[in-house]
Write a new protein. Structure first.
Length: 202
């Protein structure tokens, strides 16, 4: 495309794209921008970026139509959560099979190899169990939090047992686990796939 239209530049293409995203109609563009719009197939570029944005939102488990300020707020909150996890010694490995044997703690290595660590079926924290949330976003956060605080991999049944509703929320817990597996947020533990670990990233 750029060979056929030497006047096109990435800066020019993305300037026109931003004008469209800001609400400008193609017919309202000035002649220079309209030429870029037509020759650069900017509508296709916009469609591809919209698909990419949707895919990224799905990977985070977020709605696709969040405003920029809401995305930023969620990223800050996620960063703070990761800081707390790392301070507590939890690392989310990107390539656990490669990284854990070289850089992981003994706890990480045992979890990876299915060693002495076994599933903790009961909540580690004392006090009343929390209620399982009603919204999907809060359910995902609750499941991830329970997995992150566990001392060993957990099955769906053990996760449900950590909430006040118990087995009644097992179908919802199963659904969250399936979604997290699809987007790469979880891995199966080495026990035949019955229990789960958060995917760890360095």
């Amino acid at each position: 495309m750029l060979e056929d239209h030497p006047h096109l530049t990435l800066t020019g293409l993305y300037n026109v794209l931003e004008k469209l995203r800001a609400g400008s109609a193609p017919d309202a563009l000035d002649p220079a921008d309209r030429r870029i719009f037509d020759d650069g197939l900017v509508l296709i570029l916009k469609e591809l970026h919209d698909r990419l944005d949707e895919a990224v939102a799905a990977a985070y488990g977020w709605p696709a139509d969040l405003a920029d300020k809401d995305i930023l707020a969620r990223l800050v909150a996620l960063n703070q959560e990761r800081v707390r996890e790392e301070a507590a010694g939890t690392i989310r490995w990107l390539r656990p099979d490669y990284q854990v044997p070289r850089f992981g703690t003994e706890r990480d290595k045992l979890a990876l190899t299915g060693g002495a660590m076994r599933e903790a079926a009961a909540p580690a924290a004392a006090g009343p169990k929390p209620l399982y949330p009603s919204s999907e976003l809060e359910q995902t956060a609750a499941v991830l939090s329970a997995l992150a605080s566990a001392t060993a991999p957990l099955t769906a049944t053990a996760l449900a047992a950590r909430f006040r509703q118990g087995r009644r929320v097992l179908p919802q817990v199963d659904a969250v686990l399936a979604a997290l597996l699809r987007v790469g947020g979880l891995v199966h533990s080495p026990d035949g796939g019955r229990s789960f670990l958060p995917r760890r990233a360095a």
